[in-house]
Design a protein around this ligand. Structure first.
Ligand code: SAH
Length: 388
């Protein structure tokens, strides 16, 4: 196995418990093949662990072990079994969850979601894309779950950036790419080859149930996608409206409401315009959910993103009746938890409302956050009781 040397700064990062070293901290990677499993050493040659190498990414290595890894195939299979065992402990009331969350499961570059009898995988790095690695992943996850279908979702841009040959999304195994899955007793249709992410926003699974605990009265689910929050709220609320700008998402949402015999009004609109119009028209709600897409995709778009979040929260707060509930989220890694709380608090001040924070939450436990890898924590979720 080749050895890759890292700078003192890279070595310190690893000693501090992080799992990435950037290209600028690689001292020598000469002759190392794209996607290779490498020994990592400091400049003096002291062994620091084993990693997966990428010749293309700014993240040059992603650690897989503090030890020497003799057999990557075996390690990979053991990690997949461990990831499944972990889900048995942390997931309940759901046959859909993220089975493998990349670094969070010590399998950097691999994402696997389970939707009932289907598995959907995403491969993000050269190492995970290598043919023997792909076939080991497939054989191990098939043995664990005997799925009716395994689908691969390909993000063309990710493959391009990682200098991987183009591929298209499709079935890797089995015949089936559609199913029905259950979260918290609510059922959802899934077409594993359509939709965003791998088809659903599993990271909010525990948060849907949390929202349903406090939701009441007239409810508005803004950025509703295929209706997950709205359908969870429908059991508790007298009236629920879901808003999204994507027609296909709303068509799926409508099929989901029929499947659950829950009535929801779906509106296709730009959320910013709709909130402004509704606020101007003096509409009032008891529960509002804001779950926008990541506005800050990188640091440079942060200021604009913060303004976007602020505006949404301000408008929603103005429409909430006293005793109402605001559920507000941000899935931008670049917006910190403290920063998010501050902006929501600021919006409340501007809207002349007081907030009592009921719950401050994050992504569901099947999207594990590593204590020493802040990048694994991205979802912010605040639920607040609104009064004067
Ligand atoms: N709440 C959903 C996930 C929302 S993802 C869930 O838990 O499943 C973000 C959604 O925002 C997407 O469905 C996207 O279509 C929608 N969207 C993006 N920009 C929008 C805009 N300006 N107005 C309304 N919807 C928008």
């Amino acid at each position: 196995m080749a050895t890759l040397k890292v700078s003192p700064r890279g070595a310190k990062r690893l000693k501090d418990g992080h799992v990435w070293v950037y290209r600028s901290d690689v001292v020598s990677a000469e002759g190392i093949a794209p996607g290779a499993v490498v020994r990592v050493a400091d400049e003096r040659g002291k062994f620091l662990g084993t990693a997966l190498y990428s010749s293309a990414s700014q993240i040059a290595i992603r650690m897989i072990s503090r030890e020497v890894v003799e057999d990557f195939d075996q390690l990979l299979r053991a990690r997949l079994r461990e990831a499944a065992a972990y889900r048995d402990k942390v997931v309940s009331d759901s046959n859909a969850y993220r089975l493998v969350f990349s670094e969070g499961d010590f399998l950097p570059g691999l994402i696997v979601d389970r939707y009932n009898d289907l598995l959907s995988l995403q491969i993000l790095t050269q190492a995970m894309d290598a043919e023997p690695v792909r076939s080991a992943i497939l054989s191990e996850i098939s043995a664990l779950f005997q799925p009716a279908g395994i689908v691969e979702r390909v993000d063309a841009r990710v493959r391009e950036l990682e200098k991987l040959p183009p591929r298209s999304s499709g079935l890797l195994q089995g015949e089936k790419s559609t199913t029905v899955f259950t979260m918290n007793g609510v059922q959802f249709h899934l077409d594993a080859l359509a939709g965003q992410k791998t088809g659903a926003f599993l990271d909010q699974r525990e948060n849907y149930a949390a929202a349903a605990r406090y939701a009441h009265g007239d409810a508005l689910d803004v950025f509703c996608y295929q209706g997950s929050f709205a359908l969870h709220l429908a059991e508790k609320c007298s009236q629920v409206t879901g808003v999204d700008s994507s027609r296909p998402a709303l068509e799926a949402a409508d099929r989901n409401s029929a499947l659950n015999h829950r009535e929801v009004e779906w509106i296709e609109a730009n959320a910013f315009d709709l909130l402004r119009d509704y606020a101007d028209a003096g509409r009032q709600y008891d529960t509002i959910v804001l779950d926008p897409p990541a506005f800050a995709k990188n640091k440079s778009s942060l200021a604009t993103a913060l303004r976007g979040y602020k505006e949404l929260n301000l408008r929603a707060l103005k429409m909430l009746r006293p005793g109402g509930v605001l559920v507000t989220c941000s899935c931008s890694y670049h917006v910190g938890a403290t920063e998010f709380l501050e902006l929501v608090a600021e919006a409340a001040r501007d809207a002349h409302r007081s907030l009592r924070i009921l719950e401050s939450r994050t992504q569901a436990k099947d999207h594990p956050i590593l204590g020493n890898v802040p990048e694994t924590a991205y979802l912010k979720y605040l639920m607040a009781h609104v009064s004067y």
